[in-house]
Structure formats: structure tokens, C-alpha cells
Design a protein around this ligand. Structure first.
Ligand SMILES: Nc1nc2c(ncn2[C@@H]2O[C@H](COP(=O)(O)OP(=O)(O)OP(=O)(O)O)[C@@H](O)[C@H]2O)c(=O)[nH]1
Length: 389
């Protein structure tokens, strides 16, 4: 049995670390709602990195350049899978043939690199490719964190990958600047050095930490999103729409920019529940919310205030346009009847409209005016809207 040097033992520790990480991703994919395909690819990435380390030890023991080339292919395949997993996770997958092509290139270069003449070329090309892949992943993570998750500190998530890109770029640059030194190093000895073990240990670990952090921030963002939504209608819940009203009031501040609210209440809703049952009532509420979403602009915010009552915030909208929006909604409800178990009927709503009066106004006062207008619409016969004064 061959004896292992301290460096080889350090490399073996990296292999064990990667096996634990692969197991972590496999368990994570089973118990946490992570994107399964990404988790499997990240588990494979860890396994390939671990395998490459063991193969590097074998190459060092046997002085085999072929084994070393196989280990390098494992490293490159792992990074490719890591990048592919990130792309799938953030919803921007690349074509499979791009990866197949890159893999073929890596294998070809590794095979060519067995000839001392091409050794430095292989190191430069493969390291360059891995540097580009890491930098691309860092960029994708950064953009996803900033744009999709609204995280202002997205650069911290991308930083480990950027450092990895620098490590690979440095190795590639060495091969370009001093190809003879790199070629001689490769031809002369296949032994491992403690520096490479340390680089492996740190980069492989921080890459996985970045991936775990990416999963964590997305889950936190998703929980936050869900905590602001009404489960039945998937519009904002009362707390969230009230927050948005206060935000809008703060945003317009002392400027003359208008905004308005619609307070919408379904008419005779109790009859629907009594006649068709509670499940039908729920479905009617979903129908109402769907029509509101279709009628309102992207900038408008819809919230369920409670029961069968909704509030819509209309930014940049004065009372005249808000009355038009109310009319539009009323029309849409007439045009798109609600269907339930073969029966079809038009739902009607009563709407109270109120406009922001400027810096001296208050959100609670605005809602009270909308509520009073809604009450008037109900009293005047329902299926109509009134402007709060
Ligand atoms: N199915 C269902 N019903 C709900 C929900 N929330 C509130 N309701 C029902 O909505 C009905 C509201 O009744 P009322 O306040 O009397 O109002 P209405 O029958 O619409 O009469 P007007 O508002 O005066 O036109 C009640 O029967 C509540 O049980 C819900 O989430 N699902």
C-alpha cells in the first residue's frame, strides 16, 4: 500500500468535503423546495470535484499524465455543471448543445495536452474557459439577485465566483506568459503541491457556499412575497396594500402628483354563498380578482381588504381618471360573467372612489372617504360607483 504525503492527505480531505457537499445537495433537494435539476447538477459538481482530487492523487503516485488529464476533465465538467445548474435555477437555461460542444473542446484539449508541445496551450485554453464560466456565473447571479430578487447587495453573492474566475484566469495567464515553465512543470513532475490543495479546498467550498446562499435568498424572497399575498385571490393582503398606500403617500410628498383609490365591494355576496355554497363564493372572489387584474394597469396595486372587499391603488391618477377606471371595471364584470357548475351570472360591485388631496391629507382619511362613497353607492342601489368628497 502506497504511503500518502501530507499534501495527498490534504487533497483527500478535499475529496471527503466534496462528498459531504454532494450528500448535502441530494438531501436538500429531497426535503427543501430547491429546483431539483439544479441541486442534482450541483451534487454532480461536488462529486466530480471530489473524484478529480482522488484521480490527481493517483496521477501523483503513478506519475501518469493520462490520469492527470482525466482529473482535469473532471474539474472542467464539474464547473460546467455548476454553471448550468445556476442558469437553470435563475430561469435562464442555455442550450444543451453549447455544453456538449464545450465538453468536446475540453476533452480534445486535454488529450492534445498529453503532448508536451501542447501542454501549456491546454492549460491556457481550459483555465481561460473555466475563468469565463465562473465570471459568467458571477454576473448571472449578480443580475438575478439585483433585478429578480431586488437585493441591493447582490455583489456579495457573486463575489466567490468572481474570485474563482481570478484563480483560473491567473493559471491561464501563467501558461500564456511563461509557456515553457508550465510545459516543463507538467512534463517533469506530476506531484501535487500543498498550494493547489489549499486553492481547491477554498474555492470548491466557497462556490458551494455561494450556491447555498443563492438558494437561501430566493427562499427568503419567496416567503416574503407569499406573506404579502392573499392566499385565495393572489392579490395583496390588507397589510401589504396598506403599506403600499403609505409608501405612495410618502412618495408623492409635497409634489402635485395625484393618486386615487377604489374601494370595491361585491354586491349581495351572501346570496352566492347561500345559494351555491362557500366553495362557489371562493371561486366568485377569484373571478373578481382576475377581472380586476386584467383591467388595471401594471403600476396599479390591488389588495383584498377583507371578506368580499378590495382596494385598488391607482398611482398618478386624479379623480376623473379614477372614475373612468371604476366604470371600466363595472363594464368588464358585465361582459365577463362568472360561471359555476353550468350556470353563468354577472357579478356586480359597488365602488367608492377617493383621490389624494395633497400633503395635508392622510391615508386613513382617504380610505374613510372611499368607504363613505362605497356606502353611498350601496345605498343608492349597488352596481354603481360614487366619488368621495
Ligand atoms: N366564500 C367566501 N365568502 C366570504 C369570504 N369572505 C367573506 N365572505 C362572505 O361574504 C358575505 C358578505 O355578506 P354581507 O356583508 O352581508 O354583504 P353582501 O351580501 O355582499 O351584501 P352587500 O354588500 O350589502 O351588497 C358573507 O356571507 C361572508 O361570509 C370568503 O373568503 N369566501
Amino acid at each position: 500500500m502506497p504511503t500518502l504525503s501530507a499534501t495527498e492527505i490534504a487533497f483527500l480531505m478535499v475529496a471527503c468535503q466534496q462528498a459531504v457537499l454532494a450528500l448535502g445537495w441530494a438531501i436538500g433537494a429531497a426535503v427543501v423546495p430547491i429546483d431539483r435539476r439544479s441541486a442534482v447538477q450541483w451534487a454532480c459538481y461536488a462529486l466530480l470535484t471530489g473524484a478529480s482530487v482522488v484521480i490527481f492523487i493517483g496521477a501523483s503516485q503513478t506519475k501518469s499524465e493520462e490520469l492527470r488529464a482525466v482529473a482535469n476533465v473532471c474539474v472542467a465538467t464539474g464547473i460546467l455543471l455548476m454553471e448550468r445548474g445556476v442558469r437553470q435555477f435563475i430561469g435562464r437555461p442555455a442550450n444543451g448543445w453549447v455544453y456538449a460542444l464545450l465538453m468536446a473542446g475540453v476533452v480534445l484539449l486535454s488529450w492534445l495536452g498529453l503532448t508536451p508541445r501542447y501542454g501549456a496551450l491546454r492549460v491556457a485554453a481550459v483555465s481561460g474557459l473555466l475563468a469565463v464560466l465562473c465570471a459568467l456565473t458571477a454576473w448571472n447571479i449578480y443580475v438575478y439577485a439585483r433585478r429578480d430578487l431586488g437585493l441591493s447587495l447582490g455583489q456579495w453573492l457573486a463575489l466567490p465566483l468572481l474570485l474563482g474566475a481570478l484563480v483560473f484566469a491567473n493559471r491561464g495567464a501563467q501558461a500564456v506568459v511563461s509557456p515553457y515553465t508550465v510545459a516543463a512543470e507538467m512534463a517533469g513532475n506530476s506531484s501535487l503541491d500543498i498550494g493547489s490543495a489549499a486553492v481547491f479546498l477554498v474555492t470548491a467550498l466557497v462556490f458551494h457556499l455561494a450556491l447555498v446562499a443563492l438558494v437561501g435568498v430566493r427562499m427568503t424572497a419567496e416567503l416574503r412575497r407569499l406573506s404579502r399575498l392573499d392566499g385565495l385571490t393572489e392579490v395583496f393582503n390588507r397589510r401589504a396594500i396598506e403599506e403600499q398606500l403609505h409608501d405612495e403617500a410618502r412618495r408623492v410628498g409635497r409634489s402635485p402628483r395625484p393618486f386615487s383609490v377604489l374601494m370595491i365591494d361585491a354586491d349581495y355576496f351572501k346570496d352566492i354563498n347561500d345559494r351555491f355554497g362557500h366553495a362557489a363564493g371562493d371561486d366568485a372572489l377569484r373571478h373578481l380578482a382576475k377581472i380586476m387584474k386584467a383591467q388595471m394597469r401594471d403600476v396599479d396595486r390591488i389588495g383584498r381588504f377583507g371578506g368580499e372587499e378590495f382596494v385598488v391603488l391607482l398611482p398618478g391618477t386624479a379623480s376623473t381618471e379614477a372614475l373612468s377606471a371604476a366604470e371600466r371595471l363595472r363594464d368588464a364584470l358585465l361582459r365577463r360573467p362568472w360561471a359555476w357548475q353550468g350556470e353563468s351570472m354577472s357579478l356586480t360591485v359597488s365602488i367608492g372612489v377617493a383621490a389624494w388631496r395633497g400633503p395635508q391629507d392622510e391615508v386613513n382619511a382617504l380610505l374613510k372617504r372611499a368607504d363613505a362613497a362605497l356606502y353611498r353607492a350601496k345605498a343608492l342601489g349597488r352596481d354603481r360607483f360614487e366619488l368621495g368628497s
